[in-house]
Design a protein around this ligand. Structure first.
Ligand SMILES: [Zn+2]
Length: 520
């Protein structure tokens, strides 16, 4: 059954234009997999015509199987004066090999005249030609009407003509975009209503948060018949950001009571939000509606008291519905069900009454207190759970000692690492050089272990992120290291925390190798 509202995620494209957001190809693949597992309906992976990284992403993504989401490549209508079949940017869209292609075109007469500098008719031709060409190539086509609301306010007839050009050429969706993010909900609702009445194809909404109304505007459009909403996780995006899906999704499901993502996914929303922040190396905003750590925190004495008597007295919903938790109560029920869900996902046989659960939960809480984050380090979490469930299983290897040094010869600096590992009764020593201390340590550790475990030769460190954690008065600041590894087929994340960056890196590397050896 078709959901009443489809969720179109553009974190990897519009979201990546946000200040301070920079995703590697590996990051994008991991986020895409997470979004797919969560159950969004479309994932916009990037703009192949704008940068080689996005071309590489689509080449990698072709090899993956997505269960729930359809992958979309983003681009624009053909250039003016160029036949569509000769337009390089359009060709790259087809070569991306995605089932869905989303293109944007001009709605506003102002932009046609002043930015494109072409005739109004040529713009209609550019829209129609491109949509038709993509349809002829077997694509599901989503047409994003740029500056849709501002354009409509300027020249109503022309705006409608652009939407109809896309529809007539076979577009599956016309998506109304508040590109500058400055419209009010009543304007959005009125114009969306016109679009829904004038078009036979389905209508979607794409909003920005420039005046703090990104989510409100999206909901206003849905209210009058839009059944597709575009946005980003945590509201990433240019300027003040895009419409925030971590608010839109629960609003649609829990407040408007419309079908959207699978019901079971809602409880994973907070985790998804934290995961994307971890990958982006951003601090999770505690004041995010629905999913922030403060969203259900109660400080005021009377509130705490009332919430203990009756949760609904000061909470608009039960926080566990979106995977969040109440912050004052000592009950660890919420945390418990999250951990069970996570552990089951990782393949452990575990239920709410598993006796080891209490220890797992308290260990994770303690570690999080110490600065660990497991949202993007599922491999480290799997090892921690396994360690407790199997009652400290024998270690596959231990690092007996290591040494890292750096020297500078004339102009070049070189790092060198020495590692001694013990595998059963065997001892392996290895030395390696690298462009940085972690790179050298990784090479030495991997070569030493590969003597006993040749399969580790295939494992590669593909990304490395460092975050300095706030220091508590009087103590040294801690460093958290997140490492992403791949064996060519799968990617996984591991974490290490220490006051010493090399030590933190070693922890994450050791977890990565151990996980590679344990997984099938
Ligand atoms: Zn946008």
């Amino acid at each position: 059954m078709k959901p009443e509202v489809e969720i179109y995620d553009t974190t990897l494209r519009d979201g990546s234009q946000g200040e301070g957001i920079n995703f590697s190809v590996a990051d994008k693949l991991r986020i895409a997999e997470k979004l797919d597992a969560f159950g969004v309906h479309y994932i916009e992976g990037g703009w192949p015509g704008s940068n080689p990284k996005d071309i590489e992403f689509f080449a990698q993504a072709k090899k993956k199987k997505f269960k729930n989401a359809r992958l979309a490549a983003f681009g624009s209508t053909r250039k003016k004066g160029v036949p569509v079949e000769q337009d390089d940017q359009v060709r790259l869209l087809i070569e991306a090999g995605t089932p869905v292609v989303t293109i944007y075109g001009k709605t506003s007469m102002l932009h046609v005249k002043e930015v494109l500098r072409c005739t109004p008719e040529e713009n209609l031709g550019m829209i129609g030609d491109t949509v038709r060409f993509l349809k002829d190539n077997g694509k599901f086509v989503i047409y994003d009407a740029e500056h849709c609301f501002d354009g409509y306010k300027l020249d109503r007839e022309y705006a409608i003509a652009t939407w109809q050009a896309a529809e007539k050429a076979g577009a599956d969706f016309v998506v109304l975009c508040d590109t500058n993010g400055g419209c009010l909900p009543n304007e959005i609702a009125a114009i969306t209503k016109v679009a829904v009445s004038k078009l036979n194809c389905r209508v979607g909404i794409h909003t920005h948060d420039d005046i703090g109304l990104g989510v409100a505007n999206a909901l206003a459009a849905i209210e009058v018949g839009a059944n597709h909403v575009q946005g980003t996780i945590n509201g990433y995006g240019e300027r003040t950001g895009n419409c925030n899906l971590t608010s839109v999704i629960p609003c649609v499901s829990l407040k408007m009571k419309k079908t959207s993502v699978p019901a079971r996914s809602l409880a994973k929303l907070t985790e998804l939000s934290q995961f994307v922040d971890e990958i982006a190396n951003m601090r999770h905003n505690p004041r995010l509606p629905w999913v922030g750590s403060a969203a259900f925190a109660h400080k005021g004495g009377t509130h705490v008291n009332a919430v203990q008597k009756l949760a609904s007295s000061y909470e608009h919903i039960d926080p566990t519905l979106v995977g969040n938790e109440r912050n004052v109560l000592i009950s660890d029920l919420a945390g418990r069900s999250n951990i069970v869900m996570k552990a089951q996902e990782l393949g452990f046989k575990i239920a709410n009454d598993t006796p080891e659960l209490k220890e797992i939960l308290s260990t994770i809480k303690q570690r999080e207190h110490d600065g660990y984050e497991y949202e993007a380090a599922e491999a480290s979490m799997a090892l921690l759970i396994r360690g407790i469930l199997d009652h400290n299983p024998e270690l596959l290897f231990t690092v007996d000692k290591y040494h890292v040094s750096m020297r500078r010869d004339s102009k070049q600096s070189v790092c060198e690492a020495t590692v001694r590992v013990r595998v059963g009764k065997k001892i392996h020593d290895e030395v390696a050089e690298g462009d940085g201390p972690v790179n050298a340590l990784d090479s030495a550790l991997r070569s030493a272990l590969a003597k006993s475990f040749p399969k580790l030769k295939k494992v590669l460190l593909i990304d490395y992120k460092v975050r300095i954690l706030d220091s508590v008065a009087g103590t040294a600041a801690k460093t958290r290291v997140l490492i992403e590894s791949s064996d060519g087929k799968n990617e996984w994340g591991t974490v290490g925390v220490s006051e010493n960056i090399i030590e933190a890196s070693l922890q994450a590397l050791v977890d990565s190798m151990e996980y590679a050896l344990l997984k099938r």
